[in-house]
Design a protein around this ligand. Structure first.
Ligand SMILES: Nc1ncnc2c1ncn2[C@@H]1O[C@H](COP(=O)(O)OP(=O)(O)O)[C@@H](O)[C@H]1O
Ligand SMILES: [Mg+2]
Length: 509
């Protein structure tokens, strides 16, 4: 049975058509993956179904009945629940209180908390949620908070559950746990829409899938049977994408950056202990490691945001000071790991962000006078070269999707033609089209003779891009190797501080 049918949905925003005559249908008791790159219109389509957003055109049927859904309360009454990318829980309240609030409008917080806890406990047991009803939400991990949101929807009678990129905030293990819960829910007859741009996840759990691209429905209600990752990538991006692309440097050049004895003290112990490495021209040196093992601090020291206790630090034979401004002068480019706080100013326009920190560059000035037209021309070129999806160069950067924001940062840094580039988490939260593009640019820059230091928590990415791989654990570099020297498992072990020798022995045994 069709539990949801959306017909001919159109949604216009001032600068973009977010949805262009879209049809969508959901079968009862199935998991339906709604795929699409950032900005494709996935959230908008589902916000329309959940009554958070009104379409300009089109109509919706729930279980065969035509419905006008104008607010979430109405959607909830129709059995629709939605878990958003950003959770909306009250941290000081318990799990049960968070779940029940909203259905107890008259009593407010004075509801029968014991009865609520009982009902919530039953739900937790029934679907195997592994959380405690009387636990405070502030004590829960992100994955657990997400389960509370799902429970909340179920408590309010959801038969149709929309999950908007639920795995973006989860560790691989939590993703597995979520999938177990989703399968339980399907068994119980619930219908689930999983919004994602991750192909692996779609292939792992979906029964059917739909693909949105640029506001258009490319594929609607396709069965997962016989579909490959390459097929999905092609539908999402609109062309073939080589998901396994690697490209090693042909000739490693002379040393660009030399770091010796880098030590950074923390309150109790060293955050960075005696790091030494060389970075060559025509080389991508990848730093692999589980987040929190000193990678962020390493970048802070290298970009002058933190001062090390000890360091010998040379760029092209010149010793550097610790001032960020000197680094830019020295043509060191930096793509920061957190684009939303360090890379961009969201309130500013795309144009302004593209020249952030470079406004004194000769490119934008003539005889000491700033030239707005030069900025506009430059912005137009960057938007075209990097296919930045934006209504205009004067749109606020904050309204762009994550992937397009990242392209703005990368366009700015790369266009300044730095000799040495420090890139941190360059494709985090970025869709595959943009990821592929960013990777190609990095190879191109490397082949032009740039020295690139790549820091990424994504081991696949490090292995694919790097000419050498350094593994960081507990503030130290525990190994530097060529790709292929160690297997993925062995690198993974080193990232957790285990010895690879032990692993080799195990393999032989
Ligand atoms: N409130 C809004 N105002 C203006 N444009 C918006 C708004 N919400 C979304 N958009 C635009 O609509 C398009 C679709 O966005 P969205 O549905 O969030 O995509 P997705 O969830 O697939 O990443 C994007 O181009 C986005 O910039
Ligand atoms: Mg979205």
């Amino acid at each position: 049975m069709r539990v949801v049918e959306m017909h001919d949905i159109v949604k216009d925003y001032p600068l973009t058509r977010a949805l262009d005559h879209v049809d969508f249908a959901l079968d009862s008791g199935s998991i339906h993956s709604l795929l699409g790159e950032n900005g494709a219109g996935k959230s908008t389509l589902m916000k329309i179904l959940y009554g958070m957003c009104t379409p300009d055109q089109g109509h919706i049927q729930i279980k065969g009945q035509s419905e006008r859904i104008t607010n979430p309360r109405q959607a909830i009454n129709l059995g629709i629940g939605m878990v958003h990318q950003h959770f909306m829980l009250a941290p000081v309240m318990t799990v049960a209180e968070n779940i029940v609030v909203g259905s107890e409008p008259d009593t407010g917080l004075l509801f029968d908390s014991r009865k609520a806890a009982l009902v919530v406990d039953q739900l937790i047991a029934r679907y195997g949620f592994c959380i405690k009803a009387n636990e405070r939400v502030s004590n829960l991990s992100v994955g657990e908070q997400q389960r509370v949101e799902i429970l909340k929807a179920l408590y309010h009678g959801a038969e149709i559950l929309i999950l908007d990129e639920p795995t973006a905030v989860l560790t691989p293990q939590e993703v597995e746990e979520l999938f177990v819960i989703m399968r339980e829910l399907r068994k119980a007859g619930k219908s689930i829409i999983l919004i994602t741009h991750k192909l692996k996840e779609t292939l792992a759990i979906a029964d059917t899938l739909s693909v949105l691209r640029d506001g258009r429905m490319i594929t609607s209600g396709l069965s997962i049977e016989g579909v490959s990752a390459d097929d999905l990538a092609r539908m999402m991006v609109g062309r073939d994408v080589d998901l396994e692309m690697t490209n090693r440097s042909k000739t490693i050049g002379p040393i660009s950056l030399q770091v010796r004895g880098l030590t950074l003290k923390g309150k109790e112990k060293n955050i960075l202990s005696d790091l030494s490495f060389d970075l060559h021209r025509n080389e991508i040196l990848g730093i692999a490691g589980i987040e929190g093992n000193g990678q962020s601090e390493l970048i802070e020291v290298l970009t002058g945001l933190a001062k090390a206790e000890a360091i010998v630090f040379q760029h092209e034979g010149t010793t550097l000071s610790g001032d960020a401004h000197d680094f830019i002068q020295l043509k060191i480019g930096h793509v920061p790991e957190d684009r939303s706080t360090r890379g961009l100013i969201k309130e500013m326009t795309v144009e302004e962000n593209l020249m952030l920190g470079y406004h004194r560059s000769p490119r934008f000035n003539r005889r000491g006078f700033f030239r707005p037209s030069a900025v506009r021309d430059f912005a137009q070129r960057m938007i075209k070269d990097y296919t930045i999806k934006t209504g205009s160069s004067r749109q606020r950067c904050g309204s762009l999707s994550g992937g397009n924001q990242q392209k703005v940062v990368i366009a700015r840094v790369f266009s300044e033609d730095p000799d040495l580039i420090i890139v941190a988490q360059p494709t985090r939260g970025v869709d595959i089209g943009a990821m592929h593009y960013i990777h190609e640019r990095l190879f191109e820059l490397r082949d032009q003779g740039k020295a690139i230091l790549l820091v990424s928590a994504d081991l696949d990415e490090v292995r694919r891009l790097s000419d050498r791989i350094a593994v960081m654990y507990d503030g130290r570099i525990v190994s530097i190797s060529k790709p292929g020297e160690y297997t993925e498992t062995q690198l993974g072990l080193m990232m957790t501080g285990s010895s690879v020798e032990g692993c080799k022995d195990d393999n032989q045994a």
